[in-house]
Design a protein around this ligand. Structure first.
Ligand SMILES: [Zn+2]
Length: 406
């Protein structure tokens, strides 16, 4: 799923930079404290009142062993800790700049009783060093605040990202949701969006955005809605106002690209040979080494090198559709004839092998044996909301729509 996130990010990021943005909190929980008594203090769920709590940041080159040794844990014990934690956490993977906490006795031995290492903003590992050494994972509670943001595109797309006011992650998520629907390189003045999403906080500190719950994109006067809905415990996705999936059987691009350097054109002068010959592909310019994705599920029917194509891969998706990806610097190891790939799987890396002037993917698309322009095709859709969930979905959608429009 993450593989899709990058699609058209650059375009959208530029777009949001240009949009005027209003954000506001919709929900915020408040607690009234009427009486204050001395409350016990906890650190990572450990009652810390009777201990000495020392906080630190891992320094360059510092090992966990050094930190523990400085807190009066001797080497045989450190060895036991390393061995006991193997299954849960590799102590060699502690990183410079990460926070840790040592909880020590207050007596003259000042011996560490607990060591806590923060893996990221929410996840941590506790080493309980008291008797039998125990190692376990913990998670800080995340507070979610729901927010709405909206904007209108005021000028062209092509400007720097510096003034961007929304999280780049939000931009990336939105572009992923609409990756199958909107070509963000064609966003124009007057287009706009509304989005209803989660902001995440830990210990009162903002740690980033969560999920987008609903959004509207207005493009060329048309409204494109997305509503998040969980069909079951393990699967949630975005659907439109009628419960149709926003996914298509094909991604709109095989790569996170910088620009389309040449479109499908039946009459073009070849940039290398100078001969007039049609260009039966779409060229996506991207940096050398950028991963190339299969745009739909299918079976590899060719993974080879030719003088003109360079390293290339051809995928047969079904009886009607076939796609091909040219000029790769490298075909991904394991990608060979007969291998089945899923939409978004990496099949190779951008390059300029064969007849190419610079690093790009020449993406070719066949329908019923004829090369066509995928941008002009009405491509098949993914599965809609399941029938049994349809009614429930419509209720969720209605309430999200109300929030989005207010
Ligand atoms: Zn091409």
């Amino acid at each position: 799923m993450k593989k899709w996130f990058g699609i058209l990010v650059i375009g959208t990021a530029l777009l949001f930079m240009l949009a005027s943005i209003n954000t506001e909190n919709n929900k915020e929980a408040t607690v009234d404290v009427t009486e204050k008594i001395k409350e016990p203090s906890y650190e990572y769920g450990i009652l810390a009142d009777s201990f000495d709590v020392k906080k630190g940041i891992v320094k360059s080159g510092q090992t966990m062993g050094e930190i523990l040794y400085a807190n009066h844990i001797d080497h045989p014990e450190i060895n036991t800790i390393v061995n006991k934690s193997k299954e849960i956490f590799d102590v060699r993977s502690i990183n410079v700049g990460k926070s840790y906490t040592v909880i020590c006795t207050t007596d003259s031995s000042e011996k560490a009783q607990y060591f806590v290492y923060e893996i990221d903003a929410t996840n941590y590992i506790i080493f309980d060093l008291r008797n039998e050494i125990e190692v376990y994972k913990g998670k800080k509670p995340v507070t979610i605040k729901l927010k709405t943001a909206s904007g209108t595109i005021k000028s062209s797309l092509w400007l720097t990202m510096e003034e961007q006011k929304l999280s780049p992650k939000l931009t990336a998520e939105l572009s992923t949701i609409y990756a199958w629907t909107i070509d963000f390189f064609k966003i124009q003045k007057g287009d706009g969006f509304r989005v209803y999403y989660e902001d995440k906080y830990v210990d009162g500190e903002y740690i980033g955005i969560g999920r987008i719950l609903a959004s509207e994109f207005i493009h060329k006067g048309q409204n494109f809605y997305s509503f998040y809905y969980k069909e079951n415990e393990n699967f949630g996705d975005y659907y439109d106002e009628q419960g149709k999936t926003l996914r298509k059987a094909f991604l709109m691009a095989p790569v996170e690209y910088k620009r389309i350097s040449s479109r499908f054109n039946r009459n073009r002068k070849h940039p290398v040979t100078g001969r007039w010959k049609g260009h039966f592909g779409t060229d996506y310019a991207a940096e050398k080494g950028t991963p190339i994705w299969a745009t739909a599920n299918g079976t590899i029917i060719k993974a080879a090198y030719t003088k003109n194509n360079g390293n290339y891969v051809k995928v047969r998706h079904n009886g009607s559709y076939t796609t091909q990806y040219l000029h790769m610097s490298k075909i991904k190891p394991g990608i060979r004839k007969g291998v089945y790939v899923k939409q978004g799987d990496i099949i190779g890396y951008v390059g300029s092998t064969g007849l190419a002037t610079g690093p790009h993917v020449c993406y070719r698309f066949w329908k019923d044996g004829k090369q066509v322009d995928p941008f002009k095709q009405k491509l098949p859709a993914g599965d809609p909301i399941k029938k049994k969930n349809r009614e429930a979905y419509m209720l969720v959608k209605d309430s999200l729509m109300t929030i989005l429009m207010n």
